[in-house]
Design a protein around this ligand. Structure first.
Ligand SMILES: NC(=O)c1ccc[n+]([C@@H]2O[C@H](COP(=O)([O-])OP(=O)(O)OC[C@H]3O[C@@H](n4cnc5c(N)ncnc54)[C@H](OP(=O)(O)O)[C@@H]3O)[C@@H](O)[C@H]2O)c1
Length: 346
């Protein structure tokens, strides 16, 4: 009998109270899964990390099944189908799917969002970011929730992050004139203008936010794309123009804050005064838009309107550090890990 082929797999070892680190994970060596009826075996090429993974680890989300200690760490990535008993997942296809933090996975089409095919003329890493969930989140947020207008003066928080790094390009591709980005530190702010088409930047770690917002928006804000939440959102609520829109994409500044210590908003009434709206959204609920969004985003990448910014480390061993980087604020653009190369003859 031949020995089974082995793969590496990260498992949840402990639930973090603060920023997750290597002590919360365990790297196991296990056999590559066998093919099962109706499923496909895929080889992982890239894995993404997202702030919400901290909440998976603490069992705080409803959309990810409860994670037991010892379970494979949940997450999505880009993979190549290497064996298949599923017509929708043919051998050789490059898909974005729920893989878990492992080098090979046995997948099917039952999880939502279902695995989706990626454009193969673009770098496969874009299947984590620009033509995948980060880009789709930015596009749905700006266009379908934010209802962007050409006259809007737009503010984006978390502007140098995975989602935020797409927002200015997308808003401009949709006709917006001016987009202001907020990020932490001079180097990120430099990149916002040099690489991400932000017109003006605010360094929230080194500037007085009241003064900076007064100066950037003397007449108020039309559209706020919020990745951060907390006191900054409250500050923006006080500066809305009439019929302003706030897109609640995420609230990363609050994810590590205990329930009783979360920010209490003082300026919510301004929504009513200004005939404004604030709307949250969850990209998994917009699965019906994915094919059109991927076509649109891929078209913009091809014609240079969308510049994907990626922050890639190599090797599945780097996954815990990649996740921690989101909370340490060291990533610029979409943080991901390059796990493997596609087989030339799958
Ligand atoms: N609605 C949806 O369906 C959806 C989908 C995907 C993501 N999201 C949400 O969108 C947001 C961005 O996600 P992402 O994947 O693109 O991650 P990301 O922006 O790359 O997240 C990391 C960045 O967040 C910033 N950050 C970290 N801690 C912070 C804090 N305490 N206060 C302010 N900023 C902080 C840091 O940038 P700075 O150095 O600039 O602070 C860091 O580089 C998250 O809130 C995420 O949960 C929502």
């Amino acid at each position: 009998m031949t020995a089974p082929l082995m793969q590496k797999q990260w498992r949840l070892a402990a639930r973090p109270d603060g920023i997750p680190d290597r002590s919360h994970f365990e790297l196991a060596e296990v056999p590559i899964p066998d093919l099962e009826a109706g499923k496909a075996v895929v080889k992982t090429l890239y894995l993404g990390v997202a702030p919400v993974m901290l909440r998976y680890m603490r069992n705080e989300t409803e959309f990810e099944s409860p994670m037991a200690l010892g379970a494979v760490m949940a997450g999505r990535g880009v993979a190549q189908v290497v064996e298949s008993d599923c017509d929708d997942l043919p051998v050789g296809a490059i898909v974005q799917a729920r893989l878990g933090w492992q080098e090979y996975a046995l997948i099917d089409t039952s999880h939502r969002p279902a695995p989706f095919l990626l454009p193969t003329d673009l770098p496969l890493s874009h299947g984590i970011g620009a033509v995948s969930l980060s880009g789709i989140t930015a596009l749905v947020g700006v266009r379908d929730i934010g209802l962007v207008k050409t006259t809007d003066r737009i503010l984006v928080s978390g502007a140098a992050g995975g989602v935020g790094s797409h927002v200015a390009d997308i808003a401009k591709a949709l006709g917006a004139r001016e987009v202001v980005g907020i990020a932490g530190g001079p180097e990120k702010c430099r990149r916002l203008q040099a690489d991400m088409r932000y017109d003006r930047v605010i360094d929230y770690k080194n500037e007085n936010m009241h003064q900076a917002l007064d100066s950037a928006f003397p007449d108020g804000i039309d559209l706020y794309f919020d990745n951060v939440g907390g006191p900054l959102l409250d500050n923006v609520l006080a500066r809305l123009r009439r019929r302003a829109r706030i897109v609640i994409c995420g609230s990363i500044s609050e994810y590590l804050v205990e329930k009783d210590d979360k920010h209490r908003f003082a300026n919510l009434q301004n929504l009513g005064r200004q005939d404004a709206k604030m709307e949250g959204f969850f990209v998994f609920d917009y699965e019906h838009l994915y094919p059109e969004c991927i076509d649109t985003l891929a078209g913009w990448v091809r014609n240079g309107l969308l510049n994907p910014i990626e922050d890639i480390s190599v090797g599945i061993e780097t996954m815990p550090d990649a996740l921690a980087d989101l909370y340490l604020g060291t990533n610029v653009g979409v943080r991901m890990v390059h796990v493997g190369e596609p087989n030339p003859h799958p």
